[in-house]
Ligand binder design. Structure first.
Ligand code: FAD
Ligand code: NAD
Length: 471
C-alpha cells in the first residue's frame, strides 16, 4: 500500500470503544491506520460521557449507601458532606487518565490520530475538518464507520432549557437538585437516577411501559424494584409525559395518567439513543440504512459498499461498548483477509444499579416468545453464605438450560457484583458447557460465584445449600 501522506490503508471514523479497538488491532496486524475523532484523545461516548463517568459516580453512590447501611451492623458514621466540585474533579480525573492512556497507546502503535470530523467525498476518500477550521483530504483502502450514537429526544414535548438534562449533562453533576424527574426507566434512567437519589435528590421515574427495564426477565427485576421503591420518591409505570413548561423555579410536567401536574427542579430525559449514521457524504456511497437508521452490515460488518464497514452503536443493537469493540476486531480481521464472522452466542448486558442485573445468552422472556422449551433453575442468594456476609441476600442466579442436551443457553444474575459474575456465564454459553460441567467445576468458598455452581446443582436436585429435590 502507498506511503503517500494523504492515503491510508484503513481509516476508522470515530474513536469510541469500537473505533479504537479496531484501529489498535489493525496497527497490531501491520496496517497503516488513521483514527479520526473530534476529541483530544480517543475514548468516544463510553469514556467521555457514558460507561466510565457513570460507573465512577455509581461507585461513590455504593460507598454512600454502605456507610448508611452500616448502622445495621452497629457502626455509625456522621452524615456525609458531599463537595460537588471535588466529586466532579475526581470523576473527570478518571476520564482524563483513561483517555490520555488511549492517546499514548495510539502513539506507541503508530496509529495516525486525526482530530476532527470526517465526511465522505466518495467510497474511497474522506474530508476531515479539524478543530481550527482546516480541511484535509484522506484516501483510504477501507473505512470503518464507528460514529456511535446520541441521546434520543422526547417526541412532541421537547423544551430547550438548562433544567432539562440528557445523560451527558446529567453526568456533569452541575449540582444536586432537590427534585428530579427521570423520563425513561431503562439503563440510563435507573443508573443515573440511583446516583442522584443517593446524593440526596428526590427522584421520580416515569416509564411508558408496564415495567422498568422492558425486556429483562421479571424475576431478575424483582429485587431491584424492591430497593428502588425505597430509594426513589415514586415510580410511575404505563405513563408518558404529555407536556413540559418552564417556570421560574422548575419544570411543570403533565402526565397522561393523571390530571395532576407536578413540578421538578430538573428533568433527565433518558428514552433511548439514536445511531449517528448521518455522516456527511455517506449518501454518495452505496451504504444502506435500515428503518431505524442503523447502517446495514453483514456478518463481517461490511456495509453495502465493499470498501466500507460499520461497527458499534451505529451498526445496531445492543448499544454496548463490549459489543462495539468485538465488532471492531471482527471487521479488521475481515479486512485483513481472515476467515471471521460476528456471531456471538452471548453478549453480556449489565445494569449497574444496586443490586446489579446481568444476563447473557438466551433469556427466559426470549425463550417464551420463541416458544422454546427450556429448563430454568434458580439459586436464591438468601442461601449463599457470601451474600449473607455482605448483608446482601437480595439476589438470584439462574441458568436457562436445554432440557435435552443439558447445555447452558443463558444465565441471569441479580445481586451485588452481578456484573463481574456474568463473565462465567458468557464462557459457559460460548463453550456450550453443560449443567454438569458447571456443577463439577470447583468454585471458591465463600464467594458469590458459588451461586452459579449451586444453580447447576439445583438442576440435578442436589444443591448443597438448598433443599430442592429433582421432580
Ligand atoms: P461511541 O462511543 O459513541 O463513539 C463514537 C465517536 O465517534 C464519538 O467520539 C463521536 O464524537 C465520533 N464521531 C461521530 N461522528 C463523527 C465524524 N463524522 N467524524 C469523526 N468522529 C465522529 N455501554 C456498556 O457496555 N457499559 C456501560 O456501562 C455503559 N454505560 C453507558 C452510560 C451512558 C450514560 C451512556 C450514554 C452509554 C453507556 N453505554 C454503556 C453505551 C456505550 O457508551 C456505547 O455502546 C459505546 O460507547 C458505543 O461505542 P462506539 O464505538 O460505537 O461509539
Ligand atoms: P433504554 O432503551 O435502556 O431505556 C429507555 C426507556 O425509556 C425504556 O424503558 C422505554 O420504554 C422508555 N421510554 C421511551 N420513550 C418514553 C416516553 N416517551 N416516556 C416514558 N418512557 C419512555 O435507553 P437509555 O436508558 O436511554 O440508554 C440507551 C442505551 O445506552 C441503552 O439501551 C444501552 O444500550 C446503553 N447503556 C448501557 C448501559 C450499561 O451497559 N450499563 C448504561 C447506560 C446506557
Amino acid at each position: 500500500m502507498s506511503e503517500e501522506p494523504n492515503k491510508i490503508q484503513l481509516a476508522v471514523i470515530g474513536g469510541g470503544p469500537g473505533g479504537y479497538a479496531a484501529a489498535f488491532l489493525a496497527a497490531d496486524l501491520g496496517m497503516q491506520v488513521a483514527l479520526i475523532d473530534p476529541e483530544v484523545n480517543p475514548g468516544g461516548v463510553c469514556l467521555y460521557r457514558g460507561c466510565i463517568p457513570s460507573k465512577a459516580l455509581l461507585h461513590v453512590a455504593k460507598v454512600l449507601t454502605e456507610t448508611r447501611e452500616a448502622t445495621h451492623w452497629g457502626i455509625e458514621f456522621s452524615p456525609p458532606k458531599v463537595t460537588v466540585e471535588k466529586l466532579r474533579a475526581w470523576k473527570e480525573g478518571v476520564v482524563q487518565r483513561l483517555t490520555g492512556g488511549l492517546g499514548q497507546l495510539s502513539k506507541q502503535r503508530h496509529v495516525r490520530y486525526l482530530r476532527g470530523e470526517a465526511s465522505f467525498v466518495d467510497a474511497k476518500s474522506l474530508k476531515i475538518k479539524t478543530p481550527d477550521g482546516r480541511e484535509e483530504q484522506l484516501g483510504f483502502g477501507h473505512a470503518i464507520v464507528a460514529t456511535g450514537s446520541r441521546p434520543a429526544a422526547l417526541p412532541g414535548v421537547s423544551l430547550a432549557s438548562p433544567r432539562i438534562l440528557d445523560s451527558t449533562t446529567a453526568l456533569e453533576i452541575q449540582d444536586i437538585p432537590k427534585t428530579m424527574l427521570v423520563v425513561g426507566g431503562g439503563y440510563i434512567g435507573l443508573e443515573l437516577g440511583t446516583v442522584y437519589a443517593t446524593l440526596g435528590t428526590q427522584v421520580s421515574v416515569v416509564e411508558m411501559m408496564p415495567g422498568l427495564l422492558p425486556g429483562v426477565d421479571r424475576d431478575l427485576l424483582t429485587p431491584l424494584t424492591k430497593r428502588l421503591e425505597g430509594l426513589f420518591r415514586s415510580i410511575m409505570l404505563n405513563t408518558k409525559v404529555v407536556e413540559m413548561q418552564e417556570q421560574k423555579d422548575g419544570i411543570r410536567v403533565k402526565f397522561d395518567s393523571s390530571a395532576q401536574e407536578q413540578a421538578f427542579e430538573k428533568v433527565l430525559v433518558a428514552v433511548g439513543r439514536k445511531p449517528n449514521s448521518q455522516v456527511p457524504g455517506l449518501e454518495k456511497t452505496k451504504v444502506e440504512l435500515d428503518q431505524r437508521g442503523f447502517i446495514q452490515v453483514d456478518l463481517q460488518r461490511r456495509a453495502a459498499e465493499p470498501s466500507i464497514y460499520a461497527i458499534g452503536d451505529v451498526a445496531g443493537e445492543p448499544m454496548l461498548a463490549h459489543k462495539a469493540s468485538h465488532e471492531g476486531r471482527v471487521a479488521v480481521e475481515a479486512i485483513a483477509g481472515h476467515k471471521v464472522a460476528f456471531e456471538p452466542r452471548a453478549i453480556p448486558a449489565v445494569v449497574f444499579t444496586d443490586p446489579e442485573i446481568a444476563w447473557c445468552g438466551l433469556t427466559e422472556e426470549q425463550a417464551k416468545q420463541e416458544k422454546r422449551t427450556v429448563k430454568v433453575v434458580r439459586f436464591p442468594w438468601a442461601a449463599s453464605g457470601r451474600a449473607l456476609t455482605l448483608d446482601r441476600p437480595d439476589g438470584v442466579t439462574k441458568l436457562i438450560l436445554d432440557p435435552e442436551t443439558e447445555c447452558v443457553l443463558g444465565v441471569g444474575i441479580t445481586g451485588s457484583g452481578a456484573g463481574e459474575l456474568i463473565a462465567e456465564g458468557v464462557l459457559a454459553v460460548e463453550m456450550a458447557a453443560s449443567a454438569m460441567d458447571v456443577a463439577l467445576s470447583i468454585h471458591p468458598h465463600p464467594t458469590l460465584s458459588e451461586t452459579v455452581m449451586e444453580a447447576a446443582e439445583v438442576f440435578f436436585g442436589n444443591a448443597t445449600d438448598l433443599y430442592r429435590p429433582r421432580k
